[in-house]
Design a protein around this ligand. Sequence first.
Ligand code: AMP
Length: 281
Amino acid sequence: MKIIRTIGALQRELKARRRRNETVGFVPTMGALHAGHLSLVRRARQDNDVVVVSIFVNPLQFGPREDFRQYPRTLKEDVACLKNECDVIFAPPAGEIFPPGFSSRVEVPEADHFLCGRSRPGHFTGVMTVVAKLLNIVGPDAAYFGRKDAQQAALIAKMVRDLNFPVKIVTCPIVREPDGLAMSSRNAYLSGKERRDAVVLFQALKSAERMVVRGQRNVSKIIAILGDLIIRTNSARVDYIAVVDKDTLEPLKSISGTALLCLAVWIGTTRLIDNTMLKVK
Ligand code: AMP
């Protein structure tokens, strides 16, 4: 496994592998790796000859009052975690990706109108811009993203379609802790009590799934019941609860077929997101 810090060195390495007709799978991350990230790396390993994992805490996707400075940076542990799992770790310094004078943006304008985009204006422009750059730098055959960040995965798939990036986007299932909490680098912010409280997100998703199985189709009713369930946990505050079309992410009034239930909940000062598919048989 090679650790590469510059675009030039990465491209030389990949050029040599491509000359041998090897396919490249790419997993972009911000590090502080956990089993959720590893599931993407292992899927990329199954599908490709070469696996590249990037570790880059992208300053563009954090708002001015968000946790960019605090975000866990654990390169040593990440390298140990990826040993025998990938071929190349691309861990560039910030100036390699955003050199002085960098100002272009890739934007999906409607992204800020719903779900996380409403609470985090500009966040997805930061994500799209860095993902577009990384896809251009790596030039992978396939890139792997987690369904945990459902809006992000849908917007990246759209950007790739809209702009004809020659890459296949693969979306992988959510990996959870034994009590159901979705794995996230931000779970490290939670105190012991908050960590126990955080399971309320998963409980809310399961409760909604049961309502749908019992015949509930009315989205406002489901959202109201989940809101009541979540605020019973003292440290929890709802940012949003939404039921949307699984492909377009447009809000739904009632459920038929498969709908996507998305939650963003503050546990103390940590904002967590999760989601599940609600299926009508
Ligand atoms: P991040 O480091 O948070 O930017 O995440 C990098 C990639 O890992 C993104 O595609 C995430 O959606 C994915 N990811 C994060 N947490 C999980 C999880 N619990 N299960 C599956 N994928 C995840």
